[in-house]
Write a protein that binds this ligand. Sequence first.
Ligand code: TMP
Length: 211
Amino acid sequence: MQGLFISVEGIDGVGKSTHVKFIETYMQEQGFKTITTREPGGTELGEKFRALLLSNKSHMHRITELLLMFASRQELIANVIEPNLKQGVCVISDRYIDASIAYQGLGRKIGVDKLNSIISLLEPLLIPDLTLLFDAPVDLTFSRVGRHSEKDRIEQEDKSFFLDVQQAYYTIAKNEEHRVKIIRTDQHKEQTRMIIKKHLDNLIATKKVNS
Ligand code: TMP
């Protein structure tokens, strides 16, 4: 049986990483084998692309940035996502295609048409069963980024960039409301976890119906 594919998204500073660990533990408690990965990165080559993409020493054209994000993604699909899904493992990816639509497509203003053509190159093109989109006001997320470590190349962008990225994520969620669920993180952590559990339980229930 094909494994479940869950992606996690949100603007920088939204607090996504703590929730990724919770999602992994919860799915394991429900009896699923899991693998958690991230983008850009998640493979030997992908982590090299990540280092280039996030380094403040890198200066690159926005299309170069886009292509490197997709190069990393193709490696991840071929080496991690597809083989694990085939073996029935639940794959949890910290960011996926939606991040490119939001950050490069709208944040960098490359446009969704160009994005769609590059998305179509992916082999195979795998779409998550569920995407959890973590969200909080940009004023809050912006003040969190860089508090504990130096801002990376993308985190250096100004507030208006992240407002554009956030709007892009809202549009994706609106267009694909069956797949993408918005979860606020500017509330008590337990409340956020309850909502995450609800969406994961729904996903598991759907899986049982379909299998
Ligand atoms: P992370 O810090 O959440 O791991 O994400 C790395 C950064 O890369 C974050 O600023 C978002 C950005 N990013 C893109 O711009 N496009 C993409 O396709 C992906 C996957 C990430």
